[in-house]
Design a binder for this molecule. Structure first.
Ligand code: ZN
Length: 234
């Protein structure tokens, strides 16, 4: 067993990654970023999840260590995206949704590595996935492999960038959570994780809170229905 830093946003994927790390690594720290995202409510949710996840399984609480909050408001300032500004979510001419924040995961991984360097943590765990995703190029496996190489050369380390969800679809991510933490983890993910791009938490759906209409909600809902063996078109 080794030590890990988890990129933990407060969403479904990163909460599953946190459970994965708590199950597999001896000491687990977390990092979260405030970059002016419209769904800043996820930052409140991550605090609640951190307070509860240790109780899901024996041993997890003892492994859960320090949480690092990093202020990256400059990313919101220099980007013009539907993730950081109050504009309608739409598909761009380049085939990418305008929720794509250029450089976001590259920056997140670089800051995570800088903290992992200081804290003596070898593994960096992230929820990037290119199986059932929004087409963000910085979620692709080759991007992560290239970042691992760049960070290791640039910091003279041997970090391992771990992406346990890379080849899972959203239904399989729910299934992995069930395998890791049973019904208690599924309940925690449904109740407390945040996915909705618009930051809505008013309406409780079977799969959790959200507007139900934005691309992130639709992906989460479809994965939930497939995981539950229900018709995907509701
Ligand atoms: Zn939504």
């Amino acid at each position: 067993m080794t030590d890990a830093l988890v990129l933990f946003s407060g969403g479904q994927d990163s909460t599953t990654c946190l459970a994965f790390a708590l199950e597999n690594f001896a000491r687990v720290e977390t990092i979260g970023f405030d970059y002016g995202q419209r769904h800043r409510v996820e930052l409140d949710q991550r605090t609640k999840i951190l307070a509860k996840i240790g109780a899901i399984k024996p041993g997890w609480a003892a492994r859960l260590g320090k949480d690092h909050g990093v202020e990256l408001g400059v990313l919101g300032q220099i980007s013009a995206t539907a993730m950081t500004h109050d504009v309608a979510i739409a598909m761009g001419a380049d085939g990418l949704p305008n929720t794509f924040v250029p450089g976001r995961n590259l920056l997140f991984l670089t800051f995570a590595a800088a903290i992992a360097y200081r804290r003596g943590l070898r593994r960096i765990v992230g929820g990037m996935c290119e199986t059932d995703y929004s087409g963000y190029p910085d979620c692709r496996d080759n991007t992560i492999k290239a970042m691992q190489l760049a960070l290791n050369l640039g910091m003279d380390k041997d970090f391992v960038l771990d992406t346990p969800l890379m080849w899972l679809d959203k239904a399989e991510t729910w299934k992995l959570a069930e395998q890791l933490g049973g019904a208690a983890l599924i309940d925690l993910i449904v109740e407390e994780t945040h996915t909705c791009y618009l930051g809505e938490r008013g309406q409780r759906q079977a799969w959790g809170y959200g507007c139900g209409e934005c691309p992130a909600c639709r992906l989460r809902a479809a994965g939930w229905r497939k995981y539950r063996g229900e018709p995907v078109q509701a």
